[in-house]
Design a protein around this ligand. Structure first.
Ligand SMILES: NC(=O)c1ccc[n+]([C@@H]2O[C@H](COP(=O)([O-])OP(=O)(O)OC[C@H]3O[C@@H](n4cnc5c(N)ncnc54)[C@H](O)[C@@H]3O)[C@@H](O)[C@H]2O)c1
Length: 448
């Protein structure tokens, strides 16, 4: 038997976040119709395959084949769905704010299908936007192009993404917090009902205005960039104190209930598609409102200096880098993704190439994307982590993939010209590495 509109959901934008969410919703019993303007994405989804790298997604796609379908046709998706989620990208504009170009395009496609609805469809924006976009851009556009009234004939919610790439499925099903900005209570209830049905436990739901939801999401990410930049500053200072150890400092801070351990590692800079962009947008929004955003700008400044700091440490060890072979383990901006956008590991690799070094590089998932940025000159793309170490005089462990935890001291001793490890995340800080290798680490001073 076919599902009713209230049991059918539309997901517009089957990208890094939309696809995982659509698959989770289908797995929890909803019929889900995905819309994407990329025909290759539509074909992959209908074949039960994932067109992108995300742990666990390929298997989930196979399981929900038939329950999650994809199309390029908005009519088919919107006419049959009670709730429509929008997940298209909002990249940076030249002034640092988020572009609303794609969400406006999607809104124009959706609006005509609201004209003749007898029920109360709810449009839910999940993309990251700055305060005011729902009230000043999306709502007027939907009302104008549909001739219907928001809050009366249809609802509008902003339910910003708090998922992290690499753990999209887990994070969607086990959210720390669900933020729901709503045009009216009925819309908010429709969205919170979905979370109560699909999520484990009883996730905290914060229901509020559209603008507060918009602000809350950006504020969350900016706060995390402050935390990471503070931890990276601590790491740098610990390197200057005899016996200094950033792991001790962050353990102490992490015990404090007002702080917590996460995002306090003290390592290299943050990157990826969200943190740098959200911090820039926050600062731009502050300028627009006449507020100060000194902390956000400071976080950006600290972040921008991290790759050069690592290169300095390499120079202190090897001197002139011309013609020296350096191994770089890890290229993605964090583990469990293939994304290298704004990755500090790639920035470090590029700076070393610029200083005349030759590189061996290896990443479990990001080789293809890194190749597009780093090119082929003076760089060997290795087949495995041990292969990456071959002939190198220093190895930088730049991205803390779990796979690298399985490396043994022998891998370094046997393969490298000189077994020197610069461990940016102290991932291999184990006695056998400290005794058998020349072990250096970000955030550690090993003077007695
Ligand atoms: N990537 C992250 O880690 C992350 C985390 C939290 C929030 N967000 C936010 O979530 C939003 C989506 O991010 P993403 O990383 O999934 O983006 P993405 O670029 O991976 O995916 C967007 C998808 O939308 C499709 N699309 C674009 N225009 C369309 C249109 N007019 N009609 C139909 N489909 C269209 C594209 O083909 C693509 O598949 C962004 O606003 C982002 O800021 C991202």
């Amino acid at each position: 038997m076919g599902k009713t509109a209230s049991e059918t959901l539309a997901v517009i934008g089957l990208g890094k976040l939309g696809l995982g969410t659509a698959a989770c919703l289908a797995d929890r019993g909803y019929r889900v119709i995905g819309v994407d303007n990329n025909p290759a994405v539509v074909a992959a989804v209908n074949a039960g395959r994932s067109p992108l790298y995300e742990p666990g997604l390929e298997e989930l796609m196979g399981r929900v084949r038939g329950k999650l379908t994809a199309t390029g046709d908005y009519r088919q998706a919107i006419d049959n769905s009670g709730v429509v989620f929008i997940f298209v990208g909002t990249p940076s504009d030249p002034d640092g704010r988020f572009s609303t170009k794609d969400i406006e395009a999607v809104t124009r496609e959706i609006a005509p299908h609201l004209k003749n609805r007898e029920d109360f469809p709810v449009i839910v924006l999940r993309s990251t936007v700055l305060p005011g976009v729902c009230d000043d851009v999306i709502r007027p556009l939907l009302e104008k192009l549909s001739g219907r009234r928001c809050g009366v004939d249809f609802g509008l919610c902003h339910n910003p993404e708090t998922l992290a790439l690499g753990s999209v499925i887990h994070d969607f099903l086990n959210p720390d917090v669900v933020i729901i900005g709503e045009s009216d209570a009925r819309s908010g209830e429709a969205v919170s009902g979905i979370y109560q049905k699909v999520c484990a436990g009883n996730p905290p739901l914060v229901r509020t205005s559209l603008a507060n939801a918009e602000m809350a999401k950006v504020a969350l990410n900016v706060f995390l960039t402050l935390k990471m930049s503070f931890a990276n500053t601590l790491a740098e200072m610990c390197e200057k104190i005899p016996g200094g150890d950033v792991d001790v400092i962050s353990r102490v801070l992490g015990y404090h209930p007002a702080i917590g351990r996460k995002f306090l590692a003290g390592a290299i800079g943050y990157g990826g598609p969200c943190f740098p962009r959200d911090t820039r947008a926050f600062a731009a929004f502050a300028r627009q409102t006449g507020s100060q955003a000194k902390l956000a700008r400071a976080a950006e400044e600290v972040n921008a200096s991290q790759a050069a700091r690592v290169v300095r440490m390499v120079r202190e060890k090897l001197g002139d880098l011309t013609g020296k072979t350096i191994a770089v383990l890890g290229l993605t901006y964090k583990p469990n993704t293939d994304i290298v956008l704004d990755s500090d590991s790639v920035k470090i690799a590029a700076a070393l190439l610029g200083a005349g070094a030759r590189l061996n590089v290896y990443d479990p998932a990001g080789m293809e994307n890194a190749g597009k940025v780093l090119g082929r000159d003076n760089i060997r793309y290795a087949a495995s982590a041990p292969d990456c170490l071959r002939g190198a005089e220093l190895c930088i462990l730049a991205t803390p993939w779990d796979e690298f935890k399985d490396l043994k001291p022998e891998d370094f001793v046997r393969n490298m010209k000189k077994p020197v490890l610069l461990d940016c995340w102290r991932l291999l800080r184990r006695p056998e590495f400290l005794t058998r290798l020349d072990y250096l680490a970000v955030g550690l001073n090993q003077e007695r």
